[in-house]
Design a binder for this molecule. Structure first.
Ligand SMILES: Cc1cc2nc3c(=O)[nH]c(=O)nc-3n(C[C@H](O)[C@H](O)[C@H](O)COP(=O)(O)OP(=O)(O)OC[C@H]3O[C@@H](n4cnc5c(N)ncnc54)[C@H](O)[C@@H]3O)c2cc1C
Length: 391
């Protein structure tokens, strides 16, 4: 019988940084189930879509990020017995463990938006959020000189959904410099009434959107795509946006089916893992914990949020039933480029209150230095420190 002390499902940002941190803290028997051979630093996908990064700059072999001393099980989990706990894999292995960590991220829900997959395949729609599509976004946007373009921000849950604004602002800045912005009819579809739901940042973003002449559809949702057009549902009724030169439409997201349709899920429509949002422990199965995009933590998912989640979970797994558990305050980040080389960093807690990591300077104010940190310094920190459990 295959058995590990700690079994982690998913070797993404969450799984690898947690495994590394546990091993640094002295855990001996840690395994990660991950089927992919390539590990991606996904925040750079938006810079690929803005012509500021290549796919090669964000991809590394999965073997190179697996922490020393960690057992890599190159397989896919297809079902879980949370009572055991144990998992079943695609290769038919049953793996037992004492502590089970669920962090396989979110899945694109192509069925939720009729016509989306077909429009991606036809090439007039795409997005930085879909790995295969990201390298095609900048070539599609770069050379536009006229016509109608639509960008969307996905509804929650989504992996740092607010950063879907990055390709919009980088493209608008490029079009303005190229002298063609006035000939482009740019639309933005927002799921909420404002871009982020954070008043100070929203005031700045609304000014930027107005200065680029972007028409904003609020509390809106893409109902479907077809024939180079999009139907958007708004509180005022359906709107048709036809004759599109390009549509940057991010898919909706949900938890993988083996979670959503099993005993791990709670009541959310997306089927997220039902954990105590403070301790990250499953509400019904005490040996099961979850973090990252797939966990129902009452906050907007992001890689930046994992810095705090990993610290809390490392403590709580060790403390389990012998010491008080630490609490995660819902901290999350939304880094938004408002021009090609300027970025605002919005950090909030679960209630949406400002939660800046440094009191000074004010990182919500867009700066070149913050852009440089997001584009160049953070990827290095990610591969050298975060994935090695040092942050
Ligand atoms: C375009 C884009 C831009 C982003 N920008 C930012 C940003 O600027 N700042 C920020 O903080 N965050 C950003 N994020 C969000 C960030 O990337 C995610 O929040 C983070 O990757 C979540 O980590 P995770 O480990 O929970 O999930 P993932 O990174 O999705 O990793 C999940 C892993 O689990 C594996 N897996 C899935 N199913 C199974 C299975 N059945 N069995 C075994 N393994 C499985 C997958 O192969 C994957 O490796 C961005 C995301 C995207 C897509």
């Amino acid at each position: 019988m295959e058995h590990y002390e700690v079994l982690i499902v998913g070797g993404g940002n969450a799984g690898i940084s947690l495994a590394a941190r546990l091993l640094r803290d002295g855990a001996r028997d840690v395994a990660v189930v991950e089927s992919e051979s390539v590990h991606r630093y996904r925040p750079l996908l938006n810079y690929v879509g803005g012509g500021e990064a290549t796919m090669a700059s964000l991809e590394k072999p999965a073997a190179s990020v697996m922490p020393d001393g960690c057992k890599w099980i190159k397989d896919r989990v297809v079902s879980v017995d949370p009572g055991g706990p144990s998992v079943l894999t695609l290769d038919g292995r049953r793996i037992d463990c004492s502590t089970l960590i669920i962090c396989p991220g979110l899945e694109e829900d192509w069925d939720a938006t009729p016509g989306l997959a077909e429009s991606y395949a036809a090439g007039w729609a795409g997005s930085t959020f879909v790995v295969e599509s990201a390298p095609r976004v900048w070539p599609a946007l770069r050379d536009l000189t006229e016509g109608r373009v639509v960008f969307t921000v996905p509804p929650e849950p989504a992996p740092c959904g607010a950063t879907a604004l990055k390709p919009l602002f980088m493209a608008c800045d490029h079009w303005r410099r190229a002298g063609v912005l006035q000939d482009l009819d740019v639309h933005l579809v927002l799921p909420g009434p404002s871009p982020l739901g954070v008043p100070k940042a929203d005031r700045l973003l609304e000014q930027k959107l107005a200065s680029y002449g972007v028409q904003v559809l609020r509390e809106a949702e893409v109902a479907g795509l077809g024939s180079r057009g999009i139907t958007v549902t708004t509180p005022e009724g359906d709107q048709e946006l036809d004759d599109l030169a390009y549509a940057h439409v991010v898919p909706r997201y949900r938890a993988p089916r083996w979670i959503a349709e099993g005993d791990l899920a709670g009541a959310t429509e997306a089927g997220l893992v039902d954990v105590d949002s403070h301790t990250l422990r499953h509400r019904r199965h005490p040996a099961v914990w979850s973090l990252g995009d797939v966990a129902d933590l009452g906050t907007k998912p992001s890689g930046g949020a994992l810095r705090k989640q990993v610290a809390v979970l490392t403590h709580n797994i060790a403390a389990a039933d012998t010491a008080p558990l630490e609490h995660y305050d819902g901290y999350t980040v939304m880094p938004i480029t408002v021009a090609r080389h300027r970025l605002m960093l919005v950090e909030v807690d679960r209630e949406g209150r400002p939660a800046p990591t440094v009191p000074f300077p004010d990182l919500v104010r867009p700066r070149r230095a913050t852009w440089w940190a997001d584009r160049y310094a953070l990827p290095v920190t990610y591969f050298k420190r975060i994935l090695r459990g040092k942050v």
